[in-house]
Design a protein around this ligand. Sequence first.
Ligand code: MG
Length: 246
Amino acid sequence: MKIGRGITETNATVWFAREGENFFLYEPAPATIGDPITIKRILAPSLPTKIVALGLNYHDHAAELGLEIPREPLLFLKPPSSVIGPYDEIIYPAQSSQVDYEAELAVVVGKRCSKVRPVQAQDYILGYTCFNDVTARDLQYKDWQWTRAKSFDTFAPFGPWIETAIEDPHKLAISLSVNGVIKQSSNTSNLIFNIYDLISYISNIMTLEKGDVIATGTPAGIGPLQRGDTVRVTIGGIGVLENRVG
Ligand code: MG
């Protein structure tokens, strides 16, 4: 099932379920689908207390950079204030002259959890969505910490909705295009650390709250965005996340 958040024609912010091309009112607890509705604007499908993101987590990306496979996941955080939804504008900050796209599969946490074992991880996953880990690459190389490079307002577009019915998140096609030209094309089978091990690893450091987002890293082919570009992240079985750079 695809669930998300949106604004209706009467300007109400609601949860929706999407079936085919149609939207229905959705009640998260106890997960009931209601009447058909018209959504005029889709919002980011979750309000995370934090976004935990992974550096270098694809074999093809490590190979293109000539880097060794990391022995442990490399984590960083993006703030909730960086979240935008589908079709919202990514704002190119004045402080940077190289803003890159990074297509990523994101996991949305379904229940508060701590110290989860990998075999239990699926119990705490609500579903999966598309994520663009927008990065000011010049500032990332300049700074010791990645906080500035990863945290500008609008640098965490995700959506368009959460797919709750993915049986195996480790065999999804993932791609990214800029102005219709494919720049990244890979598969989550190339992930270095799998989703369940990541949930365990992260939740042994910090409590994960319902709605928190884990951005699982980007495959090969990262590159720059320019003002005016349209960038699309597509993940098989989930959908397309589109944003324009302003
Ligand atoms: Mg990334």
